[in-house]
Design a protein around this ligand. Sequence first.
Ligand code: NAI
Length: 385
Amino acid sequence: MIIGVPKETYPGERRVAFVPSSVPPLIKSGIIVRIEAKAGLAAGFTGDAYADAGAEVIDDREQVIRSADVLLQVRGLGANPHAGVADLQWMHDGQVIIAPCDPLGNVEAVRQLAERGVTLFAMELIPRITRAQSMDVLSSMATIAGYKAVLLAADRLPKMFPLMMTAAGTLTPAKVFVIGAGVAGLQAIATARRLGAVVTATDVRPAAKEQVASLGAKFLAVEDEEFKAAETAGGYAKEMSKEYQAKQAALTAEHVKKQDIVITTALIPGRPAPKLVSAEMVKSMKPGSVLVDLAVERGGNVEGARAGEVAEVDGIKIVGYTNVAGRVAQSASSLYARNLFSFIETLVDKTTKALAVNWDDDLVKATALTKDGAVIHPNFQPKSS
Ligand code: NAI
């Protein structure tokens, strides 16, 4: 079996789908790993590092794609709609592609890949079940984004994070408020604490309260009857009532104006990101303050956040970068490669080491978008006219 890893072509994408340290276990199983030259360079992995690990490093992109039984990407066609089209001609029948591919946002790309006869697995659809934790690419990237969000804010803040007692006097610590204490938010809290900030955090899930406290941050929320019942059976946030949202907004407004940094990560599955920081709240902050909106790709939690940009209002910066995990390309690629490795293991026969997709496996059912020329995932069928 040949696993192919092409260089990513989405503008500004520095991550790579597979890293040298994940190559040897595959080689030991008799699997060939074929990687396009320079594919890992932007993430800090040289061709020599891949070759030393046992991979074949070749210049010819067409060959990497055509010859692969399994193709690994950071951005499949749906998540790389312009540059990604050039590769379609080399994708073929019987080939497996594993990648995040934004199927909800780009059903047409799913259909195009189905037409090429490939079997497409969407990594962002890995279910959040215990067995699949090691494959959970969303958590991997959220962890890195949460960490980096704090550094992006720290770099722009005209003040230090820690309390400093010097001969010349005392500097007060920075105040950081994290809205949404899921995977990204908890990592942001931990990172801001390590740098010495005074951290508060909020969430609408009662389970978050203890997790926030365990990281040494103070939990702040409207803890009424609705809050106590707010978590879904799957552990996710529910959309809150208008009354709750009003109480939450009043609490947020009072708190935000005293903060140096606000980091927002709040999402509700299948819904646009809730707007939690209004333009007035932004303006109530001191000049020099920084907001980082990690939910910007889903519409944003902060009014005025612009995807891919740093907006400025009265000397207050709103960082709206997308693909924040990609800014820590080496670590993001390493975690992603481990997610892929775990997933590939479930698709390979343990004895023969050949591809043997078990179509009854819940993981396969949740992630397989196309098979035998058709879109097979029930949620992503093209609408019939
Ligand atoms: P997410 O990325 O969907 O959302 C981020 C956070 O925003 C969540 O904690 C959510 O409760 C919060 N939020 C939503 N609306 C809000 C509002 N109006 N105000 C304040 N906060 C708001 O969340 P993520 O990181 O995916 O985690 C959500 C849940 O999934 C957690 O319970 C987590 O433990 C669980 N999880 C389970 C995994 C597994 O079983 N393999 C893996 C990762 C997370």
